[in-house]
Each structure stands twice: as structure tokens, then as C-alpha cells.
Write a protein that binds this ligand. Structure first.
Ligand SMILES: NC(=O)c1ccc[n+]([C@@H]2O[C@H](COP(=O)([O-])OP(=O)(O)OC[C@H]3O[C@@H](n4cnc5c(N)ncnc54)[C@H](OP(=O)(O)O)[C@@H]3O)[C@@H](O)[C@H]2O)c1
Length: 171
């Protein structure tokens, strides 16, 4: 199963503020929903807690925590990234459209999964934004752009964005 990272990143690398997202990007959230539907989504405990206490529907929600007693209704709890990926793999048969495990954040999980990722789905937020968590540095020489789409800011979007997909160069 491929490993895909899904992230929205400001021009200055910021991805979050105060435990949440520092923007409203309704158009991008719709695209994110469509692209991840039917697939396993892997996230850190803090990102899980930034949602309104329920799983993202139609996807296998996998939450990583070091807390052995952690419970989250509607999500599978694991205690390492490796465990998350092997669970995503095992459930592949249940999820007809799944060919990709979707890593959806936050910064701690992105940092650990970047070396393993096959694909980056990056929403480039076309603004510098204040925040307290950033995406780790990317070695762009290891990636090739396969598609990109400019998305003007709609009524419910804080900023214009560019959605881009990168694949890891092999060989
Ligand atoms: N812009 C975007 O696309 C995007 C996407 C997602 C999230 N975000 C933002 O990112 C921020 C959250 O990121 P974050 O880095 O603070 O938190 P996070 O990555 O969501 O979660 C971190 C937690 O995951 C668990 N964890 C991490 N590595 C682990 C490991 N190897 N083994 C077991 N458990 C592990 C730990 O949970 P325990 O403490 O329970 O042990 C850790 O505290 C929020 O502001 C959120 O809104 C942005």
C-alpha cells in the first residue's frame, strides 16, 4: 500500500496554531474529503482531538498515542506509526478504494512519516501565516511534481491555494 501525506502548508511552513488550523479552507476540505474517502487515515492524538469528537466519516480513522489507556470512539488506537501502517494494510480489503494510507498529521506524525512517504498531497496556502507548528523541511530534489491546480479563494476560504501532488523519485 502506498503512503500519502495530506497537508496544507503556508508559505512560511506553518501548518497549525493553538491546536487547530490557522485558516478556513472550505474548498480544500471538500477536495480532501473526496481524495481520502474510503481510505485509512492516520493521525496523531492531538490532531484527533482537534476534530469535533467524532471520526471523519467513510474512512478508517487510526489514531497514534503513547497513552496505553487512550480511547476514542469510532477510531482505532495504535501506539506507533509502524502499527498504524500495518493496521491500514490489514484493513485494505474492507476499504474498496484504498490503495493508499493517508497520513493526515499533525507535525509530529508528518516528521516521522516523511521519510516513508511515496506521495505528497500538498495544499500550498498562498500566504504567510502565524502559527506554532510547521511542516518539516522537504528535500525537493527527491520529489517530482505530477500535477497542480490553482484554487482561487472562495467565499469560505481565508486564502487562495495551490493543490499539488508530488511523487518520490525512484532509482
Ligand atoms: N495544516 C494541516 O494540514 C494540518 C493537518 C493536521 C494537523 N494540523 C495541525 O497540527 C497541530 C497538531 O500537530 P502536533 O505535532 O502538535 O500533534 P500530532 O502530530 O497531531 O499528535 C502528536 C501526538 O501523537 C502521538 N505520537 C506522535 N508520535 C508518536 C509515536 N511515535 N508513537 C506513539 N505516539 C505518538 C503523541 O500522543 P500522546 O501525547 O497522546 O502520547 C503525540 O503527543 C494542530 O495545530 C493541528 O491543527 C495541521
Amino acid at each position: 500500500m502506498d503512503i500519502g501525506i495530506f497537508v496544507a502548508i503556508a508559505e512560511n511552513g506553518v501548518i497549525g496554531r493553538d491546536g487547530g488550523l490557522p485558516w478556513r479552507l472550505s474548498t480544500d476540505l471538500k477536495r480532501f474529503k473526496a481524495d481520502t474517502m474510503g481510505k485509512p487515515i492516520v493521525m496523531g492524538r492531538k490532531t484527533w482531538e482537534s476534530f469535533p469528537k467524532k471520526p471523519l466519516p467513510g474512512r478508517q480513522n487510526i489514531v497514534i498515542t503513547r497513552d496505553p489507556g487512550y480511547a476514542a470512539e469510532g477510531a482505532d488506537i495504535v501506539h506507533s506509526l509502524e502499527e498504524a501502517l500495518s493496521l491500514a494494510e490489514r484493513r485494505e480489503g474492507d476499504m474498496a478504494a484504498a490503495g493508499e494510507a493517508c497520513i493526515i498529521g499533525g507535525a509530529a506524525i508528518f516528521e516521522q512519516s516523511l521519510p516513508l512517504a511515496d506521495r505528497l498531497h500538498i495544499t500550498h496556502v498562498l500566504a504567510e501565516v502565524e502559527g506554532d507548528v510547521s511542516f518539516p523541511p522537504v528535500d525537493w530534489a527527491a520529489w517530482r511534481l505530477v500535477r497542480s491546480q490553482d484554487v482561487p479563494a472562495g467565499e469560505k476560504d481565508s486564502f487562495p491555494t495551490r493543490y499539488a501532488v508530488y511523487e518520490r523519485l525512484r532509482g
